[in-house]
Design a protein around this ligand. Structure first.
Ligand SMILES: N[C@@H](CCC[C@H](N)C(=O)O)C(=O)O
Length: 291
């Protein structure tokens, strides 16, 4: 693919890294090339290297689905995901700091619905992001998951002949949450792909192992759908806290320790469903141009 002259930014949220392409004014990568482009630029060693690509585009929604701007996320394997917690903070930092939208509260259109981001800034630069991740669902038909139960809460799934107790939740994108005694003992390279690609999950799934320190503090380890091991996952942290809250083992406010840093998750209840706010930072690493 000839990418000569293409401008990009490299950003990360807690080490979950993204190539950011600003298409707010014009399309730079044709729609039918976005998958191949994402695979190419995410390849470490041969290109920029990243967990995924974020495209900033004008909002395409109408009525309640219309945002100030639209967020799209492609995983390193070229698949498009519905939402990304670390990515939406990077996206918000980019649009605020580069004056694309200079508002303290922005409504962002995503494939996982409209997300509201509150930005705290200092001297014109954004520092902290509080994202309303919206309402979750535990219904297996909405995960989606092939199962005989309506909700898969601490139920065993047979993975390579072994029964693994997990809870599945969708926060825009799908997650499997596995509570464990000690995350350090987990063979993620073995369990991650086996659960991600399990036949029970027709759209694959993000996988998280969670160790509970207290009702307000957890440690988690992630294997992402379409990206493999990542240093952090924002929708994953949200899902783990929502799952723990639903099961009664976690409170509403939880500090989540991920290999790349910490996130604060706050659960709320609305219309008999659980939703959550996610709070954390984002960093711009460098701007570049393809040659
Ligand atoms: N790293 C992200 C999630 C990115 C998408 C995910 N791999 C999927 O396919 O659903 C996050 O911070 O939430």
């Amino acid at each position: 693919m000839n990418l000569e002259g293409l401008k990009f930014s490299k950003m990360h949220g807690l080490g979950n890294d993204y190539v950011v392409i600003d298409e707010s004014k014009e399309e730079l990568i044709a729609e039918n090339e976005k998958t191949d482009f994402s695979i190419e630029v995410c390849t470490k060693g041969f290109s920029i290297g990243a967990d995924g690509v974020i495209f900033i585009t004008p909002s395409s929604g109408e009525g309640e689905e219309k945002g100030d701007i639209r967020f799209r996320i492609f995983n390193a394997d070229g698949s498009e995901a519905e939402m990304c917690g670390n990515g939406i903070r990077c996206f918000s930092k980019f649009i605020y700091d580069y004056n694309i939208i200079k508002k303290d509260i922005i409504k962002v259109e995503t494939l996982g619905g409209i997300k509201t981001v509150e930005i705290t800034a200092e001297n014109g630069l954004s520092k902290l992001f509080r994202v309303d991740m919206g309402l979750s669902t535990f219904k297996t038909k909405n995960i989606p998951m092939i199962a005989e139960v309506d909700e898969f809460l601490e139920k065993d799934l047979i993975v390579n002949g072994e029964a693994i107790a997990m809870t599945t939740v969708n926060v825009g994108n799908p997650h499997a949450v596995i509570f464990t005694e000690n995350t350090e003992d987990i063979d993620l390279d073995n369990y991650g792909p086996a659960i991600e690609n399990h036949e029970a999950f027709p759209e694959r799934i993000n996988v998280h192992f969670v160790e509970i320190i207290s009702k307000n503090e957890i440690v988690m380890l992630t294997w992402e759908r379409g990206a493999g091991y990542t240093h952090a996952c924002g929708t994953g942290a949200t899902s783990c806290v929502l799952a723990g809250n639903k099961l009664g083992v976690l409170d509403n406010k939880v500090l989540v320790h991920l290999p790349g840093g910490d996130l604060e998750i706050e659960v709320y209840e609305k219309e008999n469903e659980l939703g959550a706010f996610m709070k954390g930072d984002a960093k711009l690493v460098f701007n570049g141009e393809m040659i």
